[in-house]
Each structure stands twice: as structure tokens, then as C-alpha cells.
Design a protein around this ligand. Sequence first.
Ligand SMILES: [Zn+2]
Ligand SMILES: [Zn+2]
Length: 167
Amino acid sequence: MDPLNSKNDGIHPETTLEFSMNQPIESDMRCPRCQRALLPRAVHDVEVNGCDGCGGLFVRRGELNRVAEPTDGDLEFSTLDHESFQHEDLNPPTDCLECPGSRMHKVEFNIYTGIILDHCERCGGFWLDGPELERINAEVRRLNEQSADQRSPAMLWFAQFIWNLPR
Ligand SMILES: [Zn+2]
Ligand SMILES: [Zn+2]
């Protein structure tokens, strides 16, 4: 055995991959709208995958509550509870980015908001199109203000229904 060669056994510096820290590593997910590879990004300290082209976001189960504005309500619950309608949306249905072959369902954020999200029943993930997180945040702010000065019993009941608050 040649001692000059054996000292490098197991170490191959020439094959070490170098990742530039300025170049975010693309995720395996493709944007369903513009087909770009999604890039990881932090929203309220939650790492999600987003599209630089259209601003869309894929959030996993439980993450919708964390990427949106803080509120006492459970956003995922209020979106999915009793959800059985087929909602019209500008964007066509898409397969889940995480579960190939699983068609996502159109669900409405809260009720009567007209904010239609794509939801995967298999993994519980949501696809949010470009402007939808901003629209959700605007709705959350509005509802937070309303619940801050709840006076009428009817409005209180309504808020409890929406937010599944303890009675
Ligand atoms: Zn996109
Ligand atoms: Zn899925």
C-alpha cells in the first residue's frame, strides 16, 4: 500500500459540496401556479416554503395559526369545521405539494370571507395564493377588534361560533 495515498482514505476534499449562504437551497416543492421551486422563508419565526414568483406559501398542519396575526381564535378550526361546500376560486384545484396524487380541496377561511384556500386532507397542509395571507391578516385584525368590544349577546354568540371560544 502506498502510504502517500492511504493517508487521504475516506477524505475527499475535492468532492465536498459548497453551498453559498446567500443562495437559499430550493425545496422539493414546486409552485402550483408558476412552477418555480419553492424557497424556505421565515414568517413569524415559522419556516415555510414560498414562491418568489407569485408570493404563494405552503404551510403544514398547525402552521396557519402561527404564520397569521396572533389571535385567540383557532384559524384552522374555523376554516375546516363543517366545511363541505365546493368553493369557486379563481385558481384551479391543485395536487398537494407534499402528497403527490392527493388533490387539494377548496376551503373558505372562516365564514363569508371569500378567502378560498387549498387544503390537503391527507397531510393537513394549506396552499395560500399570493395575496391570501395578507387578506387573512386583515380579517384577523378586524375580528380581533370586534371581539375586543363585544357588547351585544348576538355578536358574542357569533364570535363564539367563529372562534370556538369557551362559553
Ligand atoms: Zn408561484
Ligand atoms: Zn398533503
